[in-house]
Design a protein around this ligand. Structure first.
Ligand code: LLP
Length: 437
């Protein structure tokens, strides 16, 4: 396989005159203009991903469906503006994300409030600001929503999170649909039915339907068919036993993305169409009304719409052992290797040289686990001041970034038709101390 094919893992990447380009812009020029470390995101690519989801659902289900962007994947004001313009709703998991929606002018009626532990304050804040739906995790949350909704004299739309008992065979920390998950109520044990009955008995809770999410970085789409079978059979059981009509069914997110050339490419448009057709046909077969269908993609909307650019600092060659290339960021802007052993494609932005040295690319935090990637191939004469890019960092990088070691978080530079603009400013040292008394 050509070196080029190992690098060009998404179609917004290119190599022109030996320089890496992303979203139509020369990556080293961006680094020169905005400094490093730098998150770069391609607005065109984000919008294209959104359009694939929206169009595919619409073609099969018409207006009876909605794509909710799982904003935990990457949340800042501009993201909510983009998804709203693309006709999508949002999955939010905290009042921080809700507040960001509000400040972005995102219509909160299209937001679904997840999380397995909403405080009374969270619930009150969300109701006061007109949240569309709560996705209640358990009965305790149902009672809390009931209490606060009744105090405010509203009947609150609620979905119940259920666990269909599916193991998507991905990394444990991102699997969520099994019976023993911390999320939701399992169908298999009878708990789901028990919680559904509670929801139906509450005056200020308007039970609209159900939610499930089996996991993340899923490539085997048969997992979704199994999930749909289980959820629709549950819907049918409720119709027969309680004459309950499920109006909304939210099937979660999870489509996998390419972190390196060994990952398959999961085609969104084709697979969403298949999934939607499967739902439609299954409802017919089961003789139940087709609910309003929601999908909640996060990673597959933003992951390959983002890269991170770093400047190389210290290079350490421990003869007979290992080579280290340190960069001016690390686990503070990308904790995913430290947390999940996540793989990434790491490349120099100048691709004129042979990649003839194997090394670990590490960050600058005071922590041995501060690694971006192991077994990276870079030129053996790489030196302080050279630039490298880590690809596919658009999901769960900025949103999971921290100020560990009081390191400032990088800015997010967006590209629109190749033209850069600042979507999130670089943190300053004054930002770091702004809450210190
Ligand atoms: N819906 C729910 C209820 C979820 O919990 C998630 C992700 C999604 C949708 C979106 O899943 P996606 O399409 O992004 O796979 N921090 C981890 C990922 C955690 C995923 C949490 N839930 C990572 O960096 O891989």
């Amino acid at each position: 396989m050509l070196q080029k094919d190992k690098i060009l893992i998404s179609n917004n990447l290119n190599i022109i005159d030996n320089n890496l380009t992303f979203g139509g812009a020369c990556v080293s020029n961006l680094a020169e203009k905005y400094g490093t470390p730098l998150y770069v995101m391609d607005e065109n690519s984000i919008r294209n991903r959104c359009k694939e989801y929206v169009l595919a659902l619409k073609e099969v289900l018409g207006e009876n469906a909605m794509v909710l962007y799982a904003s935990k994947a990457c949340s800042f004001k501009k993201m909510y503006e983009i998804i709203s313009e693309e006709g999508m709703g949002a999955d939010v998991v905290s009042i921080g994300e809700i507040y960001t929606c509000l400040k972005a002018g995102f219509p909160l009626k299209n937001a679904f409030f997840h999380s397995n532990n909403k405080t009374d304050y969270d619930i009150e804040f969300a109701i006061d600001n007109g949240i569309g739906y709560f996705v209640a995790d358990n009965e305790e949350e149902l009672y809390a929503i009931e209490k606060i909704a009744s105090k405010k004299g509203v009947k609150q739309n609620v979905l119940l999170r259920l666990t269909p008992g599916i193991d998507p065979h991905t990394f444990d920390a991102v699997s969520t649909g099994q019976v023993d998950s911390k999320f939701g109520s399992p169908i298999e044990t009878g708990k789901a039915e028990e919680v559904t009955k509670i929801a139906l008995s509450l005056n200020n809770v308007n039970l609209c339907g159900f939610h499930c999410h089996v996991g993340s970085q899923v490539f085997d789409t048969s997992v979704y068919n199994e999930t749909i079978d289980i959820m629709l059979n549950y819907v049918k059981m409720l119709k027969i036993k309680y004459n309950f009509d499920t109006k909304v069914l939210d099937l979660g997110g999870g489509f996998g993305v390419r972190y390196d050339y060994t990952d398959p490419e999961l085609k969104i448009y084709e697979n969403v169409k298949k999934l939607a057709t499967y739902v439609k046909n299954s409802c017919k077969k089961l003789e139940i009304a087709l609910p309003f269908i929601c999908l909640e993609p996060g990673r597959s909307i933003v992951a390959d719409s983002g890269i991170t650019v770093y400047t190389v600092g210290t290079i350490k060659k421990i003869d007979g052992y290992k080579n280290y290339v340190s960069v001016d960021g690390g686990m503070t802007d990308n904790p995913r290797f430290a947390l999940y052993n996540a793989k990434y494609t790491v490349v120099p932005t100048n691709l004129s040289k042979n990649l003839d040295m194997t090394c670990s690319v590490v960050g600058r935090c005071c922590e041995s686990g501060d690694i971006i990637q192991e077994n990276v191939n870079l030129p053996s004469d790489i030196k302080r001041g050279d630039l490298i890019a880590v690809l596919t960092t658009g999901a769960y990088n900025y949103s999971m970034a921290s100020n560990y070691n009081r390191i400032c978080r990088p800015p997010v530079i967006m590209l629109k038709n190749g033209e850069p603009y600042v979507a999130v400013k670089r943190e300053t040292l004054d930002d770091i101390i702004k809450n210190d008394i």
